[in-house]
Write a protein that binds this ligand. Structure first.
Ligand SMILES: NC(=O)c1ccc[n+]([C@@H]2O[C@H](COP(=O)([O-])OP(=O)(O)OC[C@H]3O[C@@H](n4cnc5c(N)ncnc54)[C@H](OP(=O)(O)O)[C@@H]3O)[C@@H](O)[C@H]2O)c1
Length: 362
């Protein structure tokens, strides 16, 4: 399988302004790549200033910014010209209600179709790395089940009335998971048919770590939920189960390693999840970690609904999802951050960017 190096040509990153995309740009620049960073609006300084700052920090790589939109056919033709790899990170997401479930689905499936046309047209692309999600892996399973790359979100869905094409217009969670499954398969089919490029999918779970711009707050995201806890408020999401945490810098690095690797097989997928049990935290463990890392802040915990939830579930939260990024560490040589580093960097960056008002102890 052909690997990519910085002497093979530029590498394009979609969603370059975003949380994972920006770190992916940073990782490429550090290695000396010329990066074609694709943003929806190149005139919006909130989406580009941090990228320009990364490029002017004196590293070896070079940056070019392109405006492109997944919903517009041919939009990426210019950005992909001459590129050796495409790292397709961007996708319309439901944060702050920016996109509805149908747009989330179509933006992934139809949008990636448009993007693949541009990659084929370029004719120089040798590797296509698609940012999928653990949502394309996780499926109904008993507490404690350990997920691997062999699992698909479509498994064990018999009798799950929510899990259908009809839900796409009304259920954001189903629309997102179905979109990620369909898009992974679409990308693999396109690569196989074309023959000039290989496809690899990256499937992150709960992504945390330093934010590089205020525009990465992602209202409703995991980092947004963590920020509320540092404001002393109840955790607004994910308190019913484990937070299976991966560092955004590790997710970014995995994208670059997947482009460069000479050993990954076509159609491979890599779950970017906890490195071990220390990265799988229930809400009380998460709260305790944050309290330890931010001793001057009164950290929030589970919401009031937790008491009723525990009564219904025999006093326990869900022991899942359990999943480890062992394959990424073994195949790609990924070295991961410690959970304390990830949590600290998330909180500190959000305080620094003015995205939360800490609940300082009196
Ligand atoms: N964060 C997580 O916990 C997590 C977990 C699993 C998977 N993922 C996946 O990781 C990827 C990046 O997510 P993120 O967390 O970095 O979110 P993010 O910060 O909101 O980034 C999303 C990016 O998608 C771009 N985008 C949105 N609509 C677009 C459109 N119509 N055309 C082109 N680009 C568009 C945005 O570009 P503009 O800002 O320029 O509009 C933005 O840069 C997504 O595919 C997401 O599904 C994230």
């Amino acid at each position: 399988m052909p690997s990519v190096t910085c002497s093979d040509g530029p590498v394009a990153v979609t969603g370059a302004s975003g949380y994972i995309g920006s770190h992916t740009v940073a990782a490429l620049l550090r290695r000396g790549y010329t990066v074609h960073a694709c943003v929806t609006n190149d005139a919006d300084a909130d989406k580009t200033a941090h990228l320009l700052a990364l490029a002017s920090a004196g590293g070896p790589g070079k940056l070019r910014i392109f405006a492109a939109d997944l919903f517009k056919a041919g939009s990426y033709d210019g950005a992909f010209t001459g590129c050796a790899a495409v790292l397709h990170v961007g996708s319309p997401l439901g944060y702050a209600g920016r996109y509805n479930p149908r747009q989330v689905y179509d933006g992934a499936v139809l949008g990636t179709g448009n993007l693949l046309d541009s990659a084929r047209q370029a004719g120089t692309v040798r590797r296509f790395v698609y940012t999928s999600s653990f949502a394309a892996i996780g499926h109904p399973a008993p507490s404690g089940h350990v997920f691997t790359e062999e699992d698909w979100a479509t498994d064990n869905r018999e009798g799950d009335s929510r899990w259908s094409e009809e839900s796409i217009d009304k259920d954001g969670g189903v629309a997102y998971a179905l979109a990620k499954v369909a898009t992974e398969k679409q990308v693999n089919r396109a690569a196989e048919k074309d023959g000039r490029f290989d496809a690899v999918s990256i499937c992150p779970c709960v992504v945390l770590g330093p934010l590089l711009s205020r525009a990465q707050e992602g209202v409703g995201s995991w980092q947004y939920a963590l920020a509320r806890m540092l404001e002393g408020k109840p955790c607004p999401r994910g308190w019913q189960a484990l937070w299976n945490i991966v560092d955004v810098r590790d997710v970014a690095e995995a994208h670059v390693l997947a482009a460069e690797s000479g050993v990954v097989k076509p159609g491979s997928r890599y779950q970017l999840t906890a490195s071990g049990r220390s990265g799988e935290l229930n809400i009380w463990e998460l709260q305790a970690h944050l309290q330890n890392l931010f001793p001057d802040i009164e950290v929030g915990g589970p919401p009031d609904e937790m008491a009723e939830f525990l009564k219904r579930r025999g006093g326990k939260t869900h022991d899942g999802p359990r999943a480890y990024c062992t394959k990424a560490r073994q195949d790609l040589g990924l070295v991961t951050h410690a959970i304390e580093d990830t949590l600290r960097a998330t909180g500190e960056s959000m305080i620094h960017l003015g995205l939360l008002k800490p609940a300082w102890k009196a």
